[in-house]
Design a protein around this ligand. Structure first.
Ligand code: ADP
Ligand code: MG
Length: 693
């Protein structure tokens, strides 16, 4: 149960004063619905009112603060004109400008001869100093009422910075003194303040540099959040390890047979990861492992080799792909090899229906099928295995921790392997897959040809089309990828459709179109035509991103490449690295192109190393973007910026491991305090989901 000390922070924001019904909605969208969400809403800047120069030295466009004497009022001639008040500080005059003034408030607030302290933005107009609607006006003897430094927050229409500051102050006032969950020595060594002090300080920056993510204060808070994440994942991982599974020890006959029929030798990296996976399979606990390998690194054969362990032990194995066409592709490769060694496979997708499906399910239930390949149709209720021991999920890095857990609990004592071609930086592996073991294929099979990448402006599109006409005549195939328009699938779609229409005028029936709005069957049919070579040019949105294998397609054109993530471009480019011909990739950009975007595209030109590209991408965009999972059960950090706090993550990971080794049930004094930390960052939910499952 959540410690009662945290109740005030988890109360609804409408318990704060000044949050009415309409405002509540705005605040929920901006920060969240709980008081603590306000505390996680970090400042984006400061307004510094300390500038204390004579008016004669005031700078256009800057905030000026100082004491002035009211000289005279100039009421407007008509309602359309502003109300003006002339003031001076002894060095210069300043005109205060007010629009829409009603009643006599203004004469009361600024009696002639009175001294006031004012603050606001200076504008120089026809050589005269002006200030429209000062931010603050206080009596000269009440200087303390003027906030000299104001924290600036990201806002939304209808929420002003002043209001938000007030509410965040209330939230801070509600923050209890929490017991210290960090190791005492470590804390001293880092010279970090307590959590509460750090939280207060982060909302009260004194200079602009205090906003930066790498201040000691921000680092303390980032560490807290990382530690919560790492402890939670380590608990889940520890529990999985204790779960009984089945040992798949065998004498390797089937694997030997397969090696004998393989047309190539396994790379060293493939052999190494197979051994890593087997070290889990042979143990009697359940495996939960992530296998990462760049596009074309040969994961399918690794999957098959390791599945043979289950088959040889008399159990079944299953491999699940995210789309019909990928499942089919796996089925082709795997069934051919399996047929040669007497292992029975079958393909089950949504398209397998009626009698065929019925027979397949019978064969599966009586154990005649050793390896089942398919889409998520594999896990519908009527699919019953005789004895499933091992499940592989391909290209499903988009699964969050919770989804993975529910999957591993579906089979009977199942071992689970998740495979992905998306290069995931180390920091993300630790924070998002810390509950799993991890293997990586870090070598491509010999003889892969590099892809020549060119970067050019969209204005040269006609030259590209001309070159494409010549290329396609030689029998090559090509992909044409259309721009991704953020937040608008509709615009995406119309861009792709328009491009398709214009290319059709040139390429006729040789060109096809696929996009995300099509039904799966429709999409797969077009992909199949492309695969068979009936279509020479395939126009698409990013649906071709994952896994499709068309060795004859060696050209790729990406429109508005600057709108794509680097990891995504890398995935796309991987599509044309399949064949024996070397590929060429043309990244076309639109204007205006920022310097950063230009640099990013040049990174694509300079390297094909997916991990290098992923690290670059992480620097420029959040982790969720890389995984394509902004909303799907992945931990989205509030206070952590992985591109800056990566070093803290490694420390937190070790800290968590050591803590749980010494105090697996979190019973010690520090352990108890760590529990509070888990609740604070809502990691208790992950730990609980697992227990319940
Ligand atoms: P991915 O890791 O992208 O899923 P695949 O498993 O589809 O890659 O393999 C890509 C291609 O490389 C396939 O045609 C496969 O037969 C081939 N391949 C796999 N391993 C090797 C190897 N060790 N030597 C040569 N070719 C290999
Ligand atoms: Mg693959």
């Amino acid at each position: 149960m959540r410690p009662s000390s945290l109740y005030p922070l988890f109360a609804s924001i409408d318990t704060l004063t000044g949050i009415g019904k309409r405002y509540y909605e705005l605040m929920v969208n901006l920060c969240g619905s709980k008081v603590i969400d306000l505390l996680w809403h970090l400042p984006s800047g400061i307004i510094d009112r300390r500038c204390n120069v004579p008016l004669s030295q005031a700078i256009d466009g800057r905030i000026w603060t100082g004491k002035v004497r009211v000289i005279e009022h100039a009421p407007p001639r008509t309602k359309k004109h502003p109300y003006r008040i002339v003031v001076e500080d002894g060095s210069e005059q300043l005109i205060l400008v007010f629009f829409k003034v009603f009643g006599d408030n203004i004469t009361k607030q600024f009696p002639v001869g009175a001294e006031k302290i004012i603050s606001g933005k200076i504008e120089i107009f026809n050589g005269l100093l002006q200030m429209s609607h000062p931010d603050y006006v206080v009596d000269a003897d009440k200087a303390e009422q003027m906030p000299l430094i104001e924290t600036v927050y990201p806002l939304t229409a209808g929420v002003t910075n002043k209001m938000l500051n007030k509410q965040i102050s209330q939230a801070l006032a509600r923050t209890p003194d929490l017991p210290e969950w960090l190791d005492k020595h470590f804390l001293t060594q880092q010279h970090w303040p307590s959590f509460k002090e750090a939280l207060w300080a982060v909302h009260h920056p004194q200079i602009f540099a205090d906003i930066e993510p790498n201040t000691p204060i921000r680092r303390r808070l980032a560490y807290d959040e990382l530690l919560a994440n790492q402890v939670a994942l380590a608990i889940v991982r520890g529990r999985l390890k204790k779960q009984k599974g089945r040992s798949l020890v065998n004498n390797g006959t089937l694997k030997e047979k397969l090696s004998a029929v393989l047309p190539f030798a396994l790379t060293n990296a493939q052999q190494r990861v197979i051994a890593e996976i087997e070290s889990d399979l042979f143990c009697d606990y359940r495996m939960s492992r992530l296998l990462q390998g760049d596009v074309g690194s040969g994961k399918t054969i690794v999957a098959l080799m390791t599945m043979l362990n289950a088959v040889e032990c008399g159990y079944q194995a299953a491999i699940m792909a995210p789309t019909e066409i990928l499942a089919q592709q796996h089925a082709e490769t795997i069934s051919e090899l399996c047929a040669a060694i007497g292992v029975k496979t079958a393909l089950l997708t949504g398209n397998v229906k009626g009698k065929t499906r019925k027979i397949l399910l019978e064969e599966l239930a009586n154990g005649n099928i050793n390896i089942l390949i398919g889409t998520h149709a594999l896990f519908t209720d009527d699919v019953i295995f005789k004895d499933l021991a091992y499940v592989i999920v391909d290209e499903q890095h988009r699964f969050g921790v919770k989804q993975r857990l529910s999957l591993s609990q579906k089979g009977n004592l199942c071992d689970v392997l998740v495979m992905t071609a998306t290069p995931i930086p180390r920091t993300l592996v630790l924070t998002q897959f810390g509950d799993m073991e991890y293997s990586k294929i870090d070598e491509l099979p010999a003889g892969r040809k590099p892809v020549a990448t060119t970067v050019m402006p969209l204005s040269k599109i006609n030259n590209v089309v001309e070159a494409l006409v010549r290329k396609l005549q030689t029998g090559t195939q090509a992909y044409w990828v259309c721009p991704l328009v953020e937040e608008s699938e509709k615009i995406d779609l119309s861009a792709a459709t328009e491009r398709f229409d214009s290319l059709q005028k040139i390429f006729g029936t040789d060109v096809g179109l696929v996009h995300g709005k099509m039904k799966d069957a429709e999409k797969d049919a077009i992909m199949e035509q492309f695969k068979q070579g009936h279509l020479k040019l395939l126009v698409s949105t990013t649906v071709i991103e994952v896994g499709v294998n068309v060795p004859n397609a060696t050209i790729m054109i990406v429109e508005h490449a600057e709108r794509f993530g680097l990891a995504q471009l890398h995935q796309l480019r991987g599509r044309i690295k399949r064949g024996s011909e070397s590929g060429s990739c043309i990244l076309m950009y639109g204007y205006p192109l920022s310097a950063v975007s230009h640099e990013r595209l040049n990174t694509m030109k300079a390297t094909e190393d997916g991990f290098l590209i992923a690290e670059e991408d992480l620097k420029l965009r959040g982790g969720g973007e890389i995984l394509g999972t902004r909303q799907s059960g992945f931990s989205n950090f509030h206070l952590v910026d992985l591109s800056v706090h990566g070093d803290l993550l490694l420390t937190a990971s070790k800290d968590a491991a050591l803590l749980l080794r010494q105090d697996p049930n979190l019973q010690s004094e520090r352990g108890q305090n760590i529990r509070t930390l888990l609740y604070l960052f809502e990691q208790d939910e992950m730990v609980r989901t697992y227990k319940a499952g």
